[in-house]
Unconditional design. Structure first.
Length: 156
């Protein structure tokens, strides 16, 4: 409908879709060029979270010192772990024979995490008080999609 090339669609999907697996599914439906571009854009967004988180953590550490509360780490452990695993995989330290079992373990752990988050949701309470959050999520998703599409239009 927007007459985007596969690469332009990949940029838009990678810049606007919230989760890596959803980016892969969205761009993969369009084609291999869209998929390759979308994954690079999305992973670039993900890796840029590390310096952003470090900056926010440093700011929070300074404010914690003045208020007497416990100081947060400069980089949270899960971010350091993600970066370490990315480096290990990128330099070829992880043998290809381990990838299939590791992907299975990853799927099981993600499923357990999502189940745990979902089991804490009380549908009645969500329906009663959740509309402002749903509205904010919808508005922010539309805004992100439009800003990303504007970026694609500038690049074309």
């Amino acid at each position: 409908m927007l007459h985007l090339s596969e690469a332009s669609f990949g940029i838009w999907a990678g810049a606007s879709v919230h989760e890596v697996a959803q980016v892969v599914a969205t761009a993969g439906a369009v084609g291999s060029a869209a998929l390759a571009t979308a994954v690079v854009v999305k992973l670039t967004r993900v890796i840029l979270l590390a310096p952003l988180i470090a900056g926010v953590s440093l700011w929070r550490r300074r404010t914690a010192e003045t208020s007497g509360t416990r100081r947060p780490p400069v980089v949270p452990l899960f971010v350091a772990g993600f970066l370490a695993m990315m480096v290990l995989r990128s330099v070829g330290t992880v043998p290809d024979a381990l990838l299939a079992p590791l992907k299975t373990i990853q799927a099981v752990l993600f499923t357990a995490a999502l189940f745990g988050m979902g089991s804490a949701v009380r549908l009645r309470a969500l329906l009663r008080t959740g509309w402002p959050g749903v509205a904010l999520g919808a508005v922010s998703s539309v805004l992100i999609a439009l800003v990303a599409l504007g970026g694609v239009a500038l690049v074309r």
